[in-house]
Ligand binder design. Structure first.
Ligand code: HEM
Length: 450
């Protein structure tokens, strides 16, 4: 064991020598500051060691990120590095697969998440955003993050699962909310331990909830398969029409696993990203005002900028080496996890002057670079829900800002806190909303931007 560790460490980029538990603590407590400190000390590639994990090499040079994203699927396995999610997502989830199995599943999903297809979801996303915004109190400090979580969950249940208002939506909402809360508990990152703790009430409850949620999702799939598709716009409709290369439809477990994947991959990420957008915009009134006045180009640039400044997933999925791979002149042996760091590449002053300033203008003159702007990862693993998330963010931002102005409820900007896997604003994006008078615009504006 010790010699295996030495073999792996040999020739890897330098990094801290602290015990793995202390390295984990530093990353958990001060995630963003730890990354910046290590880059200052060791440069654009360094190695960290967390308990019970392979060495993690953090990479932030765009050329090396390109090599990482375009390496052969046989050499690097992102799916294998994410297995801990299997209890939630099931074994067919696109996130957990590698090589040809991954490609096949991804090919089935791509049309359902295509940008043009997403346009059709604009009216539904707009309606749900407007309903949520109506419930937000004005003229008092509120935390936007939990409200945005409620909204992004509703949007996934309606636009991805295709649920209509009614008892089934209510029941699944309750079950999935409980499941998502469990996915944030420390137990969920220690699946090995959970096996020995099956007597714990929380573990027993988790098993009951996942069984009940599965039963409800399978019933939905059966019902939808039996019904004629009609002209529905939800993602499940597209997945029911998808065909494997041999012409067979996706099986019920495949459909269930991909729905759960969209839920887990798309709910907290989008909620945290929107929370950061409001946390920043409350402190940038000039940008917020420009967003109300200007066209879609500026709104798109502002969304790109918030994804640069506060990427909620600090890195793309860890890619586990399956054989020796050379990147940037370093040869990595098999058994090492390579991570492209969005947080560090996005804050490189050589690429982004004054990297901590919030400046949508950066992306007005030129679009984001493939290997210098990586909030959605890249290559053949790039986020399948990127168009979905961008559209949702634009609708929610413009919808809120045309109706309300914002001021911060905290004097100092919110630091970064880790919520399971995402970087989120520490106090939940605390702001005060003020109605604009007269009511600035109608719902036409919300539809017009997407
Ligand atoms: C702001 C919101 C979001 C962010 C920042 C985000 C970010 C990411 C990142 C960094 C990855 C890993 C890519 C890589 O390793 O190269 C990923 C993968 C993925 N995301 Fe997202 N995501 C967001 C929203 C969504 C939504 C809304 C959905 C679906 C409705 C979604 C579905 C997926 C799926 C299915 C994958 C796995 C792709 C694969 O392995 O082939 N994401 N996302």
């Amino acid at each position: 064991m010790a010699s295996e560790k030495r073999r792996l460490r040999r020739g890897l980029p330098p990094g801290p020598r602290l015990p793995p538990a202390l390295q984990l603590l530093a990353f958990w407590k001060r995630p963003a500051a730890s990354l910046v400190r290590l880059r200052r000390r060791y440069g654009t590639r360094f190695t960290i060691q967390l308990p019970l994990q392979p060495p993690f090499v953090i990479i932030s040079n765009p050329e090396e990120i390109k090599a990482l994203f375009t390496a052969s699927p046989e050499a690097l396995h992102p799916g294998e590095g994410t297995r801990i999610l299997e209890r939630f997502l099931g074994r067919n989830s696109v996130i957990l697969l590698d090589e040809s199995a991954h490609l096949e599943q991804r090919r089935l999903l791509l049309p359902a998440f295509h940008g043009e297809r997403m346009q059709r979801l604009t009216p539904l996303m707009t309606e749900l955003a407007e309903a949520e915004l109506r419930a937000w109190p004005r003229e008092q400090p509120i935390e936007l993050h939990p409200r945005l979580q409620r909204l992004t969950l509703e949007i996934i249940l309606r636009a991805v699962f295709g649920l209509e208002r009614g008892a089934r939506l209510d029941r699944l909402r309750d079950l999935l909310t409980e499941l998502l809360a469990f996915s944030e508990s420390p137990l969920s990152v220690l699946p090995g331990l959970e096996r020995y703790l099956s007597w714990l009430p929380v573990v027993r409850r988790f098993r009951t909830v996942i069984a009940e949620a599965d039963a409800a999702v399978y019933a939905l799939i059966d019902e939808r398969r039996a019904a004629r598709a009609g002209d529905r716009d939800d993602v499940l409709t597209m997945l029911l029409a998808a065909r494997h290369e041999d012409g067979s439809p996706m099986s019920a477990p495949e459909l269930r696993d991909e729905l759960m994947t969209a839920l887990l991959a798309g709910h907290e990420t989008t909620a945290s990203q929107l929370a950061w957008a409001f946390e920043r915009l409350a402190r940038e009134p000039a940008v917020a005002e420009r967003l109300v006045r200007e066209d879609d180009r500026y709104l798109t640039a502002a969304v790109h900028e918030i994804l640069r400044l506060r990427p909620v997933l600090p890195n793309a999925e860890p890619r586990l080496t399956k054989r020796a791979v050379t990147i940037g002149g370093v040869t990595y042996p098999d058994g090492v996890a390579l991570l492209a760091s969005a947080f560090l590449v996005h804050h490189d002053p050589e690429l982004y002057p004054e990297p901590y300033a919030f400046r949508p203008e950066r992306f007005l003159a030129q679009p984001p670079g493939t290997y210098t702007w990586i909030p959605f990862g890249g290559g053949r693993r790039r986020c399948l829900g990127a168009s979905f998330a961008l559209q949702e963010m634009k609708i929610v931002l413009r919808g809120v800002l045309t109706r309300c102005s914002l001021s911060p409820a905290e004097r100092t900007p919110e630091a970064t806190a880790r919520r399971s896997i995402t970087f989120s604003p520490r106090f939940g994006a605390r702001v005060v909303l003020h109605d604009r008078r007269p009511a600035a615009t109608g719902s036409r504006d919300m539809v017009a931007i997407a």
